[in-house]
Design a protein around this ligand. Structure first.
Ligand code: NAD
Length: 501
């Protein structure tokens, strides 16, 4: 087996038994930080278990960036990812605060891998945890939300990130969660949002959840506001079974559940779409422990088992999973899991992999062994059907302005633009809170204002009116930095109110 990151070679791992004729073609990325160590250990386990894989290595992340690929990968990698059945990926480092965009996000989104499935299980008594019996699957939306990464600096003081939530995006992930529950005999699906605050975006996610839930009457459902939901998940995870959430919340709560199961190092994940799949650990590249040979490869080993099941090699996946359970049951633990009185032997990354390989064919005795259904069909992926367009009417405009004026001065200036245009300045907000008319002296204001003009009843208001308004504002030297049109859809406002409006 070729294990050199960066090479673009093929290699066959010969397997025997179940479907010996089917060799799956996969791409492997060794990643950054602890990535190469845990990938080497994981691939050895897959190899020893008889996984039938043809591997093509790809280099993505920091190494590709440092060798001159500003996007973090060479363009040819996309062809490899398209031509292979799955990507088995170790974590990659994403620069914080600047530098290249997250490649994890780019790969998931570019290849349409909309569903991120993160099973989190606790292994008491063989792994120390406060939550014996936890068995939760987090299904995280992978393509939308704040992860669109559309950010702008708008004024001296204010920066913005757009949160994009679409109906087809909600439908795909929520249906996937219900189908996942049905296929895997799960009893309940919980939805996490913050729709008491983000009534339109998170409100849509919740609404679609309720719509889809009605088609799965045998499955219990509930909805949690994300803050108390996350607290409950950390405190009483056995209340939950399958949790579906928008991208950011899903990312955060799956790290919480993995960590409270014993270590973030043991959580696997799959990224599923209609055109490809990627399997990885949920944790990152852990740069502070990289190169020390102490990282836990469990998350990536278990992700390898998920991948083999996905590729139709479920009996090999089962063998690996049970050998892994037996290893942790025997008290063979990496330092992140090691606890005096519970663990028997502290081992490094490679030794842990060897211990799993040595137990292939064995089953755990205290923990429940796993049984993979070799006839399991892949979960059906829903293709959203566009709905009929609703009647969209332009009824106003929010003009965002940079200014150091006080609210009353700004209100006076912005009212001048009303004349002859049949629009009325209805309110001014500062970071969402109404400050005009009737500003409160206590409200802290930045240099970023939103001025809402509404069309007057019975008047025509169209994009030409918007241009005329902006032209008038430009002649008055108003420093407008962005606009948002205000529409109604079949008469329902497609915009939120200001706080205090
Ligand atoms: P991290 O998950 O890398 O590390 C968090 C903590 O968990 C650290 O204390 C680390 O030592 C520990 N840890 C993580 N994995 C472990 C393992 N297998 N065994 C033992 N301990 C382990 O999170 P971070 O520090 O926030 O991120 C580091 C880098 O990883 C960042 O650049 C981030 O963008 C990237 N990241 C990548 C992915 C991915 O590739 N899918 C996911 C998350 C973070």
């Amino acid at each position: 087996m070729n294990v050199q990151a960066g090479s673009q070679t093929f290699d066959n791992i010969d397997g025997a038994g179940e479907g010996a004729e089917q060799v799956a073609r996969i791409a492997v990325a060794y990643g950054d930080g602890i990535g190469p160590e845990i990938m080497t250990a994981s691939l050895s386990v897959l190899h020893e278990a008889g996984a039938r894989l043809e591997i093509q290595n790809v280099v993505i992340g920091e190494k590709a960036y440092l060798s001159g690929h500003t996007a973090g990968l060479d363009a040819s990698v996309w062809d490899v990812l398209r031509d292979t059945q799955a990507l088995y990926k170790a974590p990659i480092t994403t620069p914080q605060g600047g530098g290249y965009k997250s490649l994890n996000v780019t790969i998931r989104k570019s290849l349409g891998m909309f569903a991120n499935v993160r099973p989190c299980v606790s292994y008491a008594p063989v792994v120390e945890t406060r939550h014996a019996g936890m068995d939760v699957v987090i299904i995280r939306e992978n393509e939308e939300d704040l992860y669109a990464g559309i950010e702008h600096r708008q004024t001296d003081e204010v920066y913005q990130c757009l949160k994009l939530i679409s109906r087809p995006g909600c439908e795909k992930i929520i249906r996937y969660a219900f189908e996942y529950a049905r296929v895997n005999g799960r009893k309940k699906v919980s939805c996490f949002t913050k729709d008491n605050i983000m009534k339109l975006t998170d409100g849509l996610f919740h609404k679609v959840f309720d719509e889809v839930a009605s088609e799965y009457p045998e499955i219990e459902t509930d909805h949690w506001i994300i803050d108390i939901g996350a607290a409950m998940l950390a405190d009483q995870p056995d209340v939950f079974d399958v949790v579906v959430a928008p991208n950011l919340y899903g990312d955060i709560i799956s790290d919480i559940t993995a960590q409270i199961s014993g270590s973030v190092g043991i959580g696997p994940s799959s990224n599923i779409g209609a055109h490809g799949a990627m399997f990885e650990a949920i944790h990152g590249s852990a740069p502070t422990i990289a190169g020390q040979g102490i990282a836990n490869p469990s998350g990536l080993i278990l992700a390898g088992a998920m991948m083999l099941a996905h590729l139709g090699q479920s009996q090999i996946a089962e063998k690996i999973h049970n050998a892994w359970l037996r290893t942790i049951e025997d008290g063979i633990h990496t330092p992140d899991l090691f606890a005096e009185g519970v663990s028997v032997k502290k081992v490094g990354t490679q030794e842990f992999g060897e211990a799993v390989a040595a137990r292939l064919g064995q089953k755990p005795e205290k923990l429940a062994p796993v049984a993979y259904d070799k006839d399991a069909k892949p979960i059906e992926i829903y293709t959203p059907v566009p709905k009929d367009s609703e009647k969209k009417e332009l009824v106003g405009i929010d003009v965002f302005v940079q200014s150091r004026m006080d609210p009353n001065e700004l209100g006076k200036l912005m009212c001048q633009a009303e004349q002859t245009l049949d629009v009325k300045l209805e309110m001014i907000t500062n970071r969402g809170v109404k400050v005009w008319p009737d500003p409160k002296p206590e409200t802290f204001c930045t240099d970023h204002w939103r001025c809402r003009y509404m069309a007057q009843d019975g008047t025509e208001f169209d994009l030409n009116s918007v241009v005329a308004l902006l032209s008038r504002l430009a002649s008055s030297n108003v420093d407008f930095i962005k606009t948002e049109q205000l529409y109604t859809f079949d008469g329902v406002p497609g915009y939120s109110l200001g706080h205090g409006q």
